[in-house]
Design a protein. Sequence first.
Length: 267
Amino acid sequence: MTCSAIWTVANQKGGVGKTTTTVTLAGLLAKQGLQVLLVDLDPHASLSHYFGLDENDSVKGVFDIFTCSEKLTVDVIQPCIYASHIDNISVLPANMNLATLDGQLGQSPGMGLALKQALHCIKPWYDIVLIDCPPILGVLMINALAASSQVIIPVQTEHLAIRGLDKMMQSLLLLEHKLSKQFVKTVVPTLFDKRLRATASAYKALHQQYHQTLWSDVIPIDTHFRDASAAHMPASHQFPNTRGVRAYAKLLTYLQQHKVTIPHVVG
Ligand SMILES: Nc1ncnc2c1ncn2[C@@H]1O[C@H](COP(=O)(O)OP(=O)(O)OP(=O)(O)O)[C@@H](O)[C@H]1O
Ligand SMILES: [Mg+2]
């Protein structure tokens, strides 16, 4: 089966649930029997940490791909990908060196397309690739967006975060223009606390401004996500029957049915 979907999870604002969204959707997709590749583009390597891949400097990863002076081939990329302890999930990890990339290579011609080229080489091995971005619009996020056609934008349901979303959407528009492509965009309200009046009013504001791209449901606050992260497990596997995971399952159904064409396993 060939890979027909590359999704980027991005927002310039930090702490809005990007990594949690990436890992939980990956867990749910893996449970469907799909081969999932996770790409960690955040120098803080939270996603790699989830899968125990940030413990030492000998772990190869995205940095090696970006700084590779040879032509990007399967032989160069394969050693940078690790099978994880979760069935059907492989990881292309990050490390702190990635933080130097903007300065080192940000201006080099073609740098924005390195990840796209790398993923093109290994496409046939995966049904879907999910890319977790750092909360900065720089060469890393640009690489992710150039490689993908769908963008999932988690946004914390609070007014300050919505201001951050405005910036993110403007950046996406600029990039669409620059890359001459249009993304399928899905804004996902996260960390929704139904007890707070401020959350309800923030959701209303989100709905007014972004109803065309807004997923109509929410991801609730659920402490199981923190516990799952501490256990180095996707919440989909550690706490499958919790409110938070059920909400992500609904989101996935939405993404699969309404927005994105990805293969379903037959039989
Ligand atoms: N729905 C949720 N309910 C409760 N806690 C959550 C939820 N989503 C995420 N968290 C917790 O909030 C924190 C930030 O989440 P996460 O790391 O996914 O955000 P991020 O956008 O990737 O952050 P960064 O920008 O720093 O990479 C983590 O401790 C995570 O476990
Ligand atoms: Mg993160």
